[in-house]
Write a protein that binds this ligand. Structure first.
Ligand code: SAM
Length: 209
């Protein structure tokens, strides 16, 4: 079985077995993500793609603010179905993409790439290179990339999988010279079970092709 199919089956299983509000990464109000989208200078005409968005409520909040060019990509179709069901009619205005980001070929460009807690599951260098190739295909000069991952003092695993932990500098090194760090925020996420998880949110701008 291919790696992408294994990922899809794994994450579909996670979303089948758990209620949205009980997964460790759940947030009612994704305030740090919204703060970074604001810091990127977004307005309601900005196009935003949420990578590994799953059933996150970032999209609900952006719809509520009047954004009208929104996309959510996730390897789990089941996760996206959850979000669609929750949103009801409003879901029709969103582009839902079921894909493994490491094999995805963007057909257009976006103003803002947002990823909370998906990139850090890529523990293989080849997957990270594929991910950044995708970022470069999807984000033009002037566009922004928000990468939210477990911080250097964050957990070593999530949802039963090993993860990577990052500083903004380490992410900057991986993105390369074409991207400049514009903002950074630490966030201590409290899981529904009461555990505390140290996240970092980094905002980069593409300055060179
Ligand atoms: C920890 S959850 C975070 C979900 C959401 N971003 C949030 O903050 O609520 C990780 C998400 O990334 C998705 N994911 C994991 N690996 C992926 C990949 N290679 N491509 C696309 N999505 C992926 C999972 O299906 C899951 O929805």
């Amino acid at each position: 079985m291919s790696v992408s199919r294994r990922r899809r089956d794994y994450w579909d299983g996670v979303y089948a077995d758990s209620r949205e509000e009980t997964v460790s990464w759940f947030q009612t109000n994704p305030e740090p993500s919204l703060a970074m989208i604001d810091a990127a200078g977004a307005d309601t005409d900005s196009s935003v793609i949420d990578i590994g968005g799953g059933a996150s409520r970032v999209v609900d909040h952006l719809i509520g603010r009047g954004f009208h060019d929104l996309s959510v990509l996730d390897v789990s179709g089941r996760a996206l179905e959850r979000a669609r069901m929750r949103l009801g009619r409003a879901a029709r205005s969103v582009s839902w993409i079921t894909a493994d980001v490491t094999g995805w070929k963007p057909h257009r460009r976006y103003d803002i790439w947002h990823d909370r807690a998906a990139f850090h599951f890529l523990t293989e260098q080849a997957d990270r290179l594929a991910y950044f190739a995708c970022v470069k295909a999807a984000i033009a000069r002037g566009g922004h990339v928000i990468l939210a991952t477990f911080a250097e003092d964050g957990p070593l695993s999530c949802s039963g999988l090993p993860v990577m932990r990052y500083s903004p500098e380490a992410l900057s090194g991986q993105l390369g010279l074409g991207f400049e760090l514009r903002a950074f925020q630490s966030d201590m996420h409290e899981t529904p079970g009461g555990a505390r998880q140290s996240f970092q949110f980094s905002l980069f701008q593409r300055v060179r092709d």
